[in-house]
Design a protein around this ligand. Structure first.
Ligand code: C5P
Length: 222
């Protein structure tokens, strides 16, 4: 079998990370959550009071920032300058600001450089918005995962309640819609399906069904 790079893109809360993690586990590949990198920079920018409209300033901040994705027994952890921020990057505050940080071409250039270094050896499953179009344009497998906004908000809502977080379905729907809009309309590497990506509508599929579907696509390429 060949070593592959698997790119999974799609709108917010489509279940990309859950699916990508499971696919990686099954193949003994490394899972890389690129959204976590943008979230970590956003957290640091907020904490240090940076202007989120200043792309050059945010890029300078990123140059002085160490972001590490570490596989631990209970899942992937995100380390920001030697602090575990795995939970802090999922707060509403970070979620509602991250798309403004990710819009800046100067920020994206450095993020994409870092991400490309991680895929040189293949055997990776990477999820994000621009993986199939910009980060790994030559990925052997490209998946574009979609689901209705209603379904995505409901899944997130359930997840939040299960974890004991406060959750408002209407707010979630609005946050997801807004984030998709900014991500899709930005000039640099917007959220768009790569020409050679396979679109998977997961609205009425279970996580395991989506995982199986991707694994069978991978087997055909190996
Ligand atoms: O995947 P996640 O929802 O954690 O991503 C958070 C945000 O990071 C996205 O809404 C988007 O603005 C940005 N992002 C991006 N490009 C990626 C991954 C994430 O612009 N490859």
């Amino acid at each position: 079998t060949r070593d592959l790079a698997i790119a999974i893109d799609g709108p917010a809360a489509a279940g990309k990370s859950t699916v990508a993690r499971k696919v990686a586990q099954k193949l003994s590949y490394i899972y890389i959550d690129t959204g976590a990198m943008y979230r970590a920079l956003t957290l640091k920018a907020i904490q240090t009071g940076k202007d989120l409209e200043n792309g050059e300033g945010l890029a300078q901040l990123l140059f002085q920032t160490n972001i590490e994705l570490v596989q631990e027994t209970d899942g992937q952890h995100v380390w920001l300058d030697s602090i575990d921020v795995s939970k802090d990057i999922r707060t509403n505050k970070v979620t509602s600001h991250v798309s403004y940080v990710a819009e800046h071409p100067q920020v994206r250039k450095e993020m994409v450089d870092r991400q490309q270094k991680l895929v040189e050896q293949r055997r990776v499953v990477m999820d994000g918005r621009d993986i199939g179009t910009h980060v790994i344009p030559d990925a052997e497998v490209k998946i574009f995962m979609i689901a209705s906004v209603k379904e995505r908000a409901e899944r997130r809502h359930k997840e939040n309640l299960q974890q004991g977080f406060r959750s408002d379905l209407g707010e979630l729907r609005e946050e997801i819609r807004k984030r998709d809009e900014i991500d899709s309309k930005r000039e640099t590497a917007p959220l768009v399906k790569a020409k050679d990506a396979i679109e998977l509508d997961t609205t009425s599929l279970s996580v395991d069904e989506v995982v199986e579907c991707i694994i069978s696509i991978v087997k055909n390429k190996q």
